[in-house]
Design a protein around this ligand. Structure first.
Ligand SMILES: NC(=O)c1ccc[n+]([C@@H]2O[C@H](COP(=O)([O-])OP(=O)(O)OC[C@H]3O[C@@H](n4cnc5c(N)ncnc54)[C@H](O)[C@@H]3O)[C@@H](O)[C@H]2O)c1
Length: 247
């Protein structure tokens, strides 16, 4: 039996970093389930808009800039705000600690963490009025792996989990949930620089022995943003083919 249907009909879903990779797959999947999608990226994500068609609109949004968030809120006000916010945009250069400078540290923090705070300040009031809302933070299973050169990134991805946990406490009374999704290695432009051997070395550690694709992440996001997950909040859901398992 194939269960699908328009689980997200009537919802407005905002996705950051939606021009490619995981963000694009999430935007397309949310639209397929009936959501109206606000697709955003550093440049208007035209390819994603083309894939989705009329049930999406695209905007430029640098997630690190408070002014951009406020401008986006104004430009999308006629949609009634965002019911679902998926903070997916990320910055992840490899820098061993001896080469990590303050500018790279700060850019990683603002892109991967400030963005979540700014999205909440922008869209939480509207969710509270509707007594329904979903925040998803795209973290990473790297928080539990021994990968060198990623201390700044791992700090932010743990931070996302912490922020979702804390946020969950503050918003639960209004039917709003906040959860983190932790992908494993996924085949996107961001990981294209890795050799096939490097990728294979990762996926051979997984129970499911293949490289993850952007679409593999969408199911967790669809579930956590649906009414089926209304009693799940402050959680961190690992989606990595069974590479990282603890507890
Ligand atoms: N690919 C993986 O293996 C993997 C694994 C775990 C977690 N993740 C996380 O998933 C998310 C997406 O990863 P991806 O592989 O699809 O990356 P990607 O580089 O393919 O796409 C990221 C998108 O974010 C956008 N972006 C970057 N900085 C931005 C900013 N300041 N404002 C707005 N948009 C910005 C980029 O323009 C790009 O379109 C990231 O948060 C990443 O940390 C990825």
């Amino acid at each position: 039996m194939k269960i699908s249907g328009k689980t997200h009909e009537g919802k407005v879903a905002l996705v950051t970093g939606a021009a490619q990779g995981i963000g694009q797959a999430i935007a397309v999947a949310l639209a397929e389930r009936g959501a109206y999608v606000i697709a955003t990226d550093l440049l208007v994500p035209l390819e994603t808009l083309e894939k989705i068609g009329p049930s999406a609109s695209g905007y430029q949004l640098d997630v690190t800039k408070e002014d951009d968030w406020q401008a986006l809120a104004l430009r999308t006000a006629d949609l009634g705000g965002a019911d679902i916010v998926v903070n997916n945009a990320g910055y992840f250069p490899n820098r061993p600690i001896d080469q990590l400078d303050l500018a790279t540290w700060r850019k990683t923090i603002t892109t991967n963490l400030d963005a979540h705070f700014l999205s909440v300040k922008t869209f939480l009031p509207g969710m509270r009025k509707k007594k329904w809302g979903r925040f998803i933070g795209i973290s990473s299973n790297m928080v539990g792996l021994s990968i060198p050169g990623m201390s700044h990134y791992i700090a932010t991805k743990m931070g996302i989990i912490g922020f979702m946990r804390g946020l969950a406490n503050d918003v639960a009374g209004d039917g709003i949930t906040a959860n983190a999704v932790l992908p494993g290695l996924i085949n996107t432009q961001a990981t294209a620089t890795q050799t096939d051997e490097m990728k294979r070395a990762t996926w051979e550690q997984q129970a499911i022995k293949r490289l993850g694709e952007p679409k593999d992440i969408t199911g967790a996001v669809l579930f956590l943003t649906s009414d089926d997950a209304s009693f799940i909040t402050g959680e961190a859901l690992v989606v990595d083919g069974g590479q990282y398992r603890i507890g």
